[in-house]
Design a protein around this ligand. Sequence first.
Ligand code: LLP
Length: 444
Amino acid sequence: MQFTENIFPQSATVDDNGELKIDGIEIAAIAESYGTPVMIYSSKDIVKATKKFVEVFDRVFYASKAAPIISIEKLIFGQGAGCDVSTKGELEVALRAGCDPKKIIFHGNNKSNEDIKAALESGVLRIVIDSLDECDRVEKVAKELEIIAVEVQARITVGIEAHTHEAIMTGGNDGKFGNPLITGDAKKVCERIISSDILHLKGLHCHIGSQIFETKHLAEAGKILAQFLVELNGANKQDGSEKFEVTELNVGGGFGIKYEENDDPPAPIEMAKAVRSSVDSVLQASGLNKIEVWSEPGRALVGTAGITIYEVGTVKVIEGLQTYVGVDGGMSDNARPATYDAVHAVWVNGRGNNLSSDQTQHVAIAGKHCEQGDILNKDTVVSKEVSVGDLLVMASTGAYSFAMSSNYNMLTRPPVVLVDSSASEPIREIVRRETIDEVLSRQV
Ligand code: LLP
């Protein structure tokens, strides 16, 4: 059993005793100060990942649903990226993190009037239109606010089914998002926007799913979207009226990351480059070199940068059947294993590195919720010495764990700590631990 890089933050190191440090800071010291469970993010990892994406695309919008945390968004926006939000709440986080509204894209398959009003009042850059009904709704709210022009992108379903968990696959024609090309709905929604006095079609968008490993699927989706853009602009010119020009092609997010040793995805940035070049080849062949290519990475910016530290509270051996290592959190702070069968790698702090197979055992990591399905990892290899009081690290929890957390069984949500050895405050609490009074404050 060996410490696996690319699963943990790049700034992580492990010594011979198996003591983990993030950016030179001992995780044991953080657990001591903030208690467990605690989430830790490496600032340097987030900055590095964002910079790479900003180099590849004309514009990058952080998909903030991955980790809607003000201090993390500040880091990302500091590298020049904007923000993708899908609700009024996510919009509020981005604005509080200081994002210029002219760098915010508003998504959602069923935006409420309130969502639309918040988007228009704050002056976001684009609303991504998801349905015909939404065209009516945006026009209506804009009229009420006496806004005469709203620049939008149309979400197109390109019919590429990426191989990922069914729940996070969005590019298929029967999904709830977007307007399929194959049924003619994509064309219909574009025509509806073009004929509007208020809506102005500036771009096309697609997002085929999340945690995608197959570069070819992302590249193919980008290509199909680019072909549709070329077709749309061409029809406009032929008609002679040149009522619009679609100049933005938004390829969404979905760039997968390594979660376990057996995962072998291309680096997210390599996938990004492949998508960009696939899109560029279509655009250049059509003489449309001025089209801007945008993307919306979420997981690729924050996923590997974050880890969760738990304390082991029980080691239960059911002879010949299973050993459960019980920790002090679970599906309320990380719903991904229970929801998507997601696998997060595990590290037991201070129980050695490079262990031989006779020094290790197969165990399941059990959460503390009153539910058998609350298993954080069904089968992982840890030291035979694992004991009550050990710190257990779950890797790559930076994306969608904080975002999907809950108070199931009335657990209070863990704090989040940002580490950066070169900052004036190397260990900074950016979200404090929730209290039971806060949880109960809504009950009247
Ligand atoms: N753009 C749109 C329109 C999206 O819906 C999403 C993610 C993204 C960008 C960013 O995708 P990413 O780069 O992070 O893959 N909770 C699930 C993932 C749900 C993804 C939702 N949409 C999980 O924990 O795996």
